[in-house]
Design a protein around this ligand. Structure first.
Ligand code: KG4
Ligand code: ZN
Length: 330
């Protein structure tokens, strides 16, 4: 049994968590920065980095206090080392390096996407490799065959925007507020998903990838036409995203017969209608469906600590010279 401290700071959530290899979450601390970024309608990297500096150490102390644990009892310290906003990534990684050095513990420098990719196994002890993962977040939209810890086969990615990015831009265009994903989901509840004709980029395409840029431009045109309610545009947009995700994921299922389950992770997996649609797709294909609880879908420290526990078990550690990487494909 191992006990891992996990730090996350790659975007606008500062987080620290303590998780054991037998899936006990001993502490889970998170400080969002929505108020600081709201006036700008998006995450401002410099503001984010400064907020991470102020919050990371107190959050680590609070996590240790909540669990009643001293740093000496921790087996390893894991932190997101990329991809993400480099100023924020450096705060978490440097904090982890300092703690690892001071306490004489190993460092695990994690790819943030690996945190999302393995988080469903924290939520579901029965989820075994290989599984087909739809990873949908603010920065990424990918289909991965997760074959084992450290073995990820990318079957598809976006050729332009990520799905979460499309949600955020749509919210901004419609004046629905920040953060965009939950705002669009709320507005869509009051709208008609069939009201506004919007494109479904790459649906039916022989190539495997996603595309959302054209959808975003169509939202802009629909808004400027001045004849649609924002709620109807939001609902129609969300339905278009669902149709794209379903079509592309169905294609990948056909090419990954070895997958034991269809799994969703990343911030967009917190969207209830999208979850339900992917769950239905899994059922139609006789696949088990697994998605972490909503709080574990958006960025958090527990997914980093858990991925750290998985790497710890595999003997995968990093040196104190591990670099922070703004771009880092999984
Ligand atoms: O995984 P995450 O917290 O951070 C990244 O690694 O990017 O994902 C954040 C993204 C944002 O684009 C946000 O708008 C989106 O996830 N998101 C949602 C919902 N909650 C968060 N998108 C749609 N519906 C939601 N309920
Ligand atoms: Zn993320």
């Amino acid at each position: 049994m191992s006990l891992i401290l996990g730090l996350e700071s790659s975007c606008d959530e500062t987080a620290a968590a303590l998780v054991t290899s037998d899936r006990r979450i001993l502490a889970h601390k998170l400080a969002g920065q929505e108020e600081a970024h709201r006036p700008f309608g998006g995450v401002v990297p410099e503001i984010a980095a400064r907020a991470h500096v102020e919050r990371m150490t107190p959050l680590v102390e609070a996590a240790l206090a909540e669990a009643g644990i001293s740093l000496r009892q921790v087996d390893a310290i894991a932190a997101t080392a990329g991809p993400g906003l480099i100023g924020g990534v450096m705060v978490g990684l440097v904090t982890a390096k300092a703690l690892a050095h001071a306490a004489g513990k190993p460092l695990i420098a994690l790819n943030h996407l690996e945190g999302h990719a393995l988080s469903p196994r924290l939520a579901d002890p029965d989820l075994e490799f290989p599984y087909l993962l739809l990873l949908v977040s603010g920065g990424h939209c990918q289909l991965l065959l997760v074959e084992g810890v450290g073995t990820y086969r990318r079957l598809a990615t976006t050729i332009d925007d990520a799905a979460g990015e499309a949600f955020d831009k749509t919210a901004k265009l419609l004046g629905l507020g920040f953060p965009g994903g939950p705002a669009v989901e709320r507005a869509a509840l009051l709208g008609d998903p069939g009201a506004v004709p919007l494109p479904r980029p790459l649906v039916g395409s022989a190539e495997p990838h996603f595309s959302f840029a054209g959808l975003k431009s169509a939202v802009l045109r629909a808004r400027d036409a001045g004849i649609h309610r924002p709620e109807d545009i939001a609902a129609s947009f969300q339905q278009a995203v669902i149709d794209c995700l379903i079509d592309r994921t169905a294609r990948a299922i056909g090419r990954a017969p070895q997958a034991t389950a269809l799994v969703m992770a990343g911030g967009v997996a917190a969207n209830t209608p999208i979850r339900a649609a992917i769950e239905g797709l899994a059922a139609r294909n006789g696949l088990r469906f697994v998605a972490p609880p909503l709080w574990l879908c958006t960025d958090n420290g527990a997914m980093i600590a858990w991925a750290g526990a998985e790497r710890f078990a595999a003997g995968l550690f990093d040196g104190l010279d591990a670099p922070a990487r703004p771009r880092w494909p999984l």
